[in-house]
Design a protein around this ligand. Structure first.
Ligand SMILES: [Zn+2]
Length: 884
């Protein structure tokens, strides 16, 4: 599954309070034949289901999962005898037990079930989605919602084949995991679509969607591809088809096992909780994660869509072909899919500089992992809520980062051989964490089974201390390790965790960089020898180490600007990201961070600038006092305006993706953080041009234009945004203005935006806008009050599941006051939400850590700005190149 916003929060998504205990066992499904007769007139469907299974011992009962299902008749046939079963439902455990009078012998049995299911509005199981008055049935089973769609053994280890048949209205089609083998008229006015059997797979991968979908087709490596959408959006399917062709072809070469199905469908649906879901052969996306208007989409948006496709297609191997045995190892799905994603994209679109994105993602994962209340990658989970709670920044970002580190340490081909061995050994079956590192250890002949458990089983990330000494022509590296925690108090307390860390280092001089050498740091303190002597040792060569590090700042400063030539862009991203961490634990000051970021701002690629800009926003919101703000803004203009002038506001045909993205980052930073009058004026002009003719503004700049204009806009502009939302042509066009609404600072407009979240104007899937409203200082207080007052209604609107509390707790992490931390605690004391206790602690910790940082760094920042912030405050004034 591709989750929204997963990179920056360790505990993001939580669910319901109901428990989902494990099935008692004794029956193993082999094959399901499921016929669904869709009744959109009353939002139900009639199910007719036959399950062929094997009983491991004689029994009078068979227990499986079922929730919100109306049973009509259940019969069980075994050893030539058919018996009608009594059904007892256990709603609390989300199970149903079928009882028969005469014992069923061990061996084959067939269960036949007639039932009615409900197309719910909770975005789970088989659910209802609507668009322009039309109804669509959409499915979403992961993690534990196949049981809401049809009775089944809904645990990942119960793999079986599925043959699905859909009876649908005239004018509707159905899309599922299999290929259509027949489409015949009847019963009545309907038609019956029968699909080929799925491969052996887990129940959470079943897909079925019904409606008047329109599909565009293509083909790669003999595999039929389709991208399907509601009518009228077929023109947005070219990019996703091209991306899928490149990605699937890459995977077919990378993996020893080729994609095993004859087709791969992808459907963009109007309502979807996650970003996308990897159902085997039938990936379902929210529209903004699949559909692209080539003319008006930004570089970042296209990259996100390609990233989502690459993630979901990778799951066809990691998750669909080989599935974790139980949810505690969900990282074997999500971490691998996230790790795999940049590989095909780097080949398809080298200009996207995927290597830099990887390091940036690693930096994000390290941040998530730097709080005491983080969790280990592998974590027990039994209840529905605990399972849902595992789909977070740890399962995705941290795991991917650790795998990138391991791949870099072993070498890409050695790593690939290990991956292929693991897939081969567990194809069509299930695997555990140790299955992975055992295969990898045998294949690579390296101690992967020693390294990986230290990162997978224990929580947190290491900090590597580094001392370099030139001795006899070589460098003696004294490395030490301890757990990294993001405040001075927590970092300095004793902690006995030890990792086995692949540390890669390189020595650099003013003009050249030495070859990188990697060492395995297995003890608390250890010495290694790096060949030759140099001015400065960079202790994260390649930038892929999953650790924070100390470095000799004085030695690095002696290199001056030469640092930019001897460190790669990836290493510079790691260096600047690490500087932020060193500032947080009080080893360096915020001024050191600003100086280093400013020095590195011209690094090729946009990742470093984007990460720097995010932190500048943070500094502006929480570390700068009103008295110091003019100097901070002057420093920002002084630092960034020359770059903005060089790039200009208007795009040029020769612009690379990097240049377009840098222009957008600079525009937003200068407009919203530096409050540069010239940029604000440009935003006002350009947004009017854009609303008249979206093609008249560079698509990559457009998002920043809409945001900056709104931040400095008024009620009239707000009304224009609302009017524009009614006539948008693409998902990205919609979300630019939808999220733009959250930027307006006027309290009356904030209230209007908040109120709209409870109306049909805002879909349940789009309540993520509350995070933006919570994060934006002018709307923070009103949003916080609104959410507390309307908590139940908002939870209901998100389906009571993934979005609700996750949005709330994620948004709360942007608070930075003791008062707010107390209010958050008070709120959950009064509204207990079992299963989210750790997430609440994590949010508390994050807020209090911000408060502490603010008190430590505020005066230091003021002093630094006294020295550095007064230089030509008007440098960013009005001399920027005009738009034509
Ligand atoms: Zn996923």
């Amino acid at each position: 599954m591709k989750r929204i916003l997963l990179v920056f929060a360790a505990g993001l998504l939580v669910c319901c309070t109901a428990v989902a205990q494990r099935l008692p066992g004794g029956a193993n499904p082999d094959h399901y034949a499921l016929t669904v007769n869709m009744n959109f007139s009353n939002n139900t469907y009639d199910g007719d289901e036959t399950i062929d299974l094997t009983l491991t011992k004689p029994s009078n009962t068979i227990t499986l999962n079922a929730l919100e299902i109306d049973f009509h008749e259940v019969t069980i046939t075994a050893a030539g005898q058919t018996q009608t079963a009594k059904v007892s439902s256990d709603t609390k455990n989300e199970m149903a037990t079928f009882n028969v009078d005469n014992p069923l012998p061990a061996g084959a049995a067939t269960v036949h079930i007639k039932f009615t299911g409900h197309l719910n509005d909770k975005l789970r199981g088989f659910y209802l989605s609507t668009y322009k008055g039309r109804k669509y049935e959409v499915s979403q089973m992961e993690s534990t919602d196949a049981r809401v769609a049809f009775p089944c053994f809904d645990e990942p280890a119960y793999k079986a084949t599925f043959t699905i048949t859909a009876i649908v209205d005239k004018g509707d089609i159905a899309i599922s995991n299999g290929e259509i083998v027949s489409d015949t008229p009847g019963p009545g006015d309907k038609h019956t679509i029968k699909f080929s059997p799925s491969p052996k797979m887990s129940s959470y991968l079943v897909a079925l969607t019904v409606g008047d979908w329109k599909c565009a087709s293509d083909e790669v490596d003999g595999i039929k591809l389709r991208v399907c959408t509601v009518p009228g959006k077929e023109n947005l399917t070219r990019f996703p088809l091209d991306a899928t062709k490149a990605i699937l072809h890459y995977y077919n070469n990378y993996f020893a096992i080729k994609y095993p199905l004859p087709k791969l469908d992808q459907v963009a649906v109007p309502d979807f909780q996650a970003g996308a879901m990897e159902n085997w052969g039938c990936i379902i996306h929210r529209e903004a994660a699949l559909l692209v208007d080539d003319k008006t989409s930004s570089e970042g948006y296209k990259q996100n869509v390609a990233d989502t496709i690459a993630h979901e297609v990778a799951h066809q191997w990691f998750g669909d072909l080989v599935t974790m045995k139980w949810w505690d190892d969900i990282w074997l799905n999500e971490g691998f899919a996230t790790w795999m994603t940049p590989h095909p994209l780097a080949q398809w679109k080298p200009e996207w500089l995927e290597g830099q994105n990887v390091v940036d993602t690693t930096m994000g994962a390290l941040s998530v992992d730097s709080v005491e209340n983080t969790r280990p990658i592998q974590q027990e989970a039994e209840t529905r809520g605990e399972i849902e709670n595992l789909f977070d920044g740890i399962a995705y970002g941290k795991t991917a980062a650790v795998l990138h580190m391991l791949e870099s340490y072993l070498g890409p081909e050695t790593f690939r051989a290990g991956v292929n061995l693991y897939l081969k050994e567990h194809a069509y079956g299930n695997a555990t964490a140790s299955d992975f590192w055992d295969a990898m250890t045998r294949s690579s002949k390296q101690p992967v089974d020693k390294i990986m458990p230290t990162f997978v089983i224990q929580p947190g990330a290491p900090f590597v201390g580094v001392e370099a000494k030139c001795e006899g022509g070589n460098t003696t590296l004294s490395l030490s390790q301890k757990r990294f925690l993001e405040t001075p108090a927590t970092f300095n307390q004793p902690n006995d965790q030890i990792w086995q860390i692949p540390v890669c280092a390189k020595g650099v001089t003013d003009t050249s960089a030495g070859k990188q050498e990697c060492f395995l740091l297995t003890q608390r303190q250890q010495q290694f020898t790096l060949k030759g002597c140099s001015k400065f040792v960079f202790p994260n060569a390649g930038g892929l180490g999953y650790y924070r590090f100390d470095y000799d700042a004085a030695a690095m400063h002696q290199l001056g600007n030469a640092v930019e030539h001897v460190l790669t862009p990836e290493e510079r991203i790691a260096l600047v990201g690490n500087e932020w961490a060193l500032m947080r634990i009080g080893r360096h000051n915020v001024g050191d961070y600003l100086a280093l970021g400013g020095q590195m701002k011209n690094t090729p690629g946009s990742a470093l600038l984007e990460s720097f800009s995010r932190h500048l926003n943070f500094i502006n919101d929480y570390l700068v006092t009103d008295a110091d703000r003019p100097q901070f803004q002057a420093w920002l203009r002084n630092t960034f305006s020359p770059m903005m002038q060089q790039l200009g506001y208007a795009s040029r045909p020769s612009d690379t993706p990097e240049q377009k993205e840098k222009r957008a980052v600079l525009f937003r930073t200068l407009g919203n953080v530096a409050e540069d009058p010239a940029v604000i004026q440009q935003a006002r002009t350009l947004v009017q041009q854009y609303m008249k003719d979206p093609a008249s503004v560079d698509p990559t700049l457009a998002g920043a234009v809409v945001a900056v204009a709104a931040r400095h806009g008024d009620a009239e502009l707000y009304a224009q945004y609302k009017a524009h939302l009614q006539k948008v042509k693409s998902p990205q066009d919609y979300y630019r203005f939808f999220y733009g609404l959250a930027e307006f600072p006027q309290q009356a407009l904030v209230k209007e935006t908040l109120a709209s979240t409870l109306t049909p104007e805002v879909r349940g899937q789009d309540l993520y806008i509350l995070i933006n409203l919570l994060a934006n200082p002018p709307s923070q207080n009103a949003s916080w009050d609104f959410i507390r007052q309307n908590f139940d209604a908002l939870m209901k609107k998100t389906g009571g599941g993934l979005g609700g509390v996750g949005i709330f707790l994620y948004g709360a992490q942007t608070f930075c006051s003791t008062e707010k931390a107390d209010e958050l605690k008070q709120f959950f004391d009064q509204h207990p939400f079992p299963g989210t206790e750790r997430n609440q602690k994590e949010a508390q910790e994050s807020i209090r850590s911000c408060v502490e940082l603010s008190s430590q760094q505020q005066s230091k920042l003021a002093a630094w700005l006294q020295q550095n912030g007064t230089m030509s405050a008007s440098a960013g004034g009005g001399s920027v190149v005009a738009v034509n």
